[in-house]
Design a protein around this ligand. Sequence first.
Ligand code: ATP
Ligand code: LTN
Length: 333
Amino acid sequence: MEATEKKEVVFSAIQPSGTITLGNYLGAVRNWVKMQDEYNCIYALADLHTITVRQEPAKMRKNIIDAYASIMACGVDVEKSIFFIQSHVHTHAELAWVLNCYTQFGELSRMTQFKDKSAKHADNINAGLFTYPVLMAGDILLYQADKVPVGADQKQHIELARDIAARFNGLYGDVFKVPEGFIPKNGARVMSLQNPLNKMSKSDENVNGCVHLLDDPDTIMRKFKRAVTDSEACVRYADGKDGVNNLMTIYSSVTGLSFEQIERDFEGKGYGDFKAAVGEAVVEELRPIRERYEKLVKDKAYLESCYRAADEIALKISSRTLGKAMKKVGFVR
Ligand code: ATP
Ligand code: LTN
C-alpha cells in the first residue's frame, strides 16, 4: 500500500472528436499503457474539449463510447488506472473558471493550436476554443500530476499549465503540483501520409492521410501504398524528405529499429517495398487492438460500469484540490 502511495501521478486525456488515429496512439496512448505499472495513472476522455468545434449530438454520443472502448482496447486497464469521462466530473468545469481568472489574454493569444483551429473553423471562433488550454491546465492540476504523456503538439499547452500553476502557487502557497510533459523520443509527431507537412489528425478531411486505429488491414495497406514520398527512391532520413522521414518515424516507432538500421535494411530497395513493410508492421501492431475493440464495444453495460466507477474516484480526488484552491482564493466553503 505504501509503495503505491509513493508512485508519481500521471495524467493525460484525449478528445473523443473522431476515431483515434495512429498519431494519437504512437504519440500518446501507447505511453499511457506503458506507464501503468510504474505510476498512478489517471486518464480521461476530454469530451468537454470537443465542443470547442461544433459536434453533431448523436455522433458525439457514439464517438464517446467508441473512444472509451478504443482506449481500453489499446491496453489502458481499468484495474490499474483510473479512466473516466471529463464531463461526468464537475470539478473540471469549475476549476477551469477559476483558472480563467488567473490566465492572461496575451498568453492564450500565443497558443498555436488556437491559431490553427481558428483558421480552420473561421465561422466559429468561440470563446471556448480560446480558453481550451485553461480547461486542460485544470484537468492536469486537479490530480496533482507529476507527468503528462502527450504528443509534441501539446507541449505549449503543458508549458502554459506549468505557468498557471506556478503563478497560483506564487499567490497562495503550494496548491498545485507543477507538472512536466512526457513526450516520446520517436512518434511524438506523426504527419499526414498525404501531406507530410501537416500532423496526422482525427479531423483530417483527406481520408488517405490518416490511419485510424480501427482501419482494417486492406485499408491500412492501401493508405501506406498511396503515401506521398519523393523522387529520390532512397530510404534515408534527411532534410526535405518529409514523406519518407514520416514513414521511417512510424516504422521505427512500431518496430523499435533505429533509423540507421532501417536505412541499411532497405538499401537498394525501392519505396514500394518500404511502404509495404511499414504497412505490414502497422497492421500487426493494430490487429490485436481492433480485435479487442470489437468485443468491448458490444458490451455497453460493462463499459458503463468501468467509467462510472472511475468517474466516482476522479471526483473524490479532484474535489480535494478544487476545495483547497477555492478556499485560498477567498470563497466561503
Ligand atoms: P483533433 O483532430 O480533433 O484536433 P487530434 O487528433 O489532434 O484531434 P487530440 O485528442 O487533440 O487529437 O490528441 C490526443 C493526444 O494525441 C495528444 O496527446 C496529442 O498530442 C496526441 N497526438 C495527436 N495527433 C498526433 C500526431 N499526429 N502525432 C503524435 N501525437 C499526436
Ligand atoms: N488538449 C489535449 C487533450 C487534453 C489533455 C488534457 C491532454 C485535454 N485535457 C490534459 C493532457 C492533459 C489534446 O490532446 N488536444
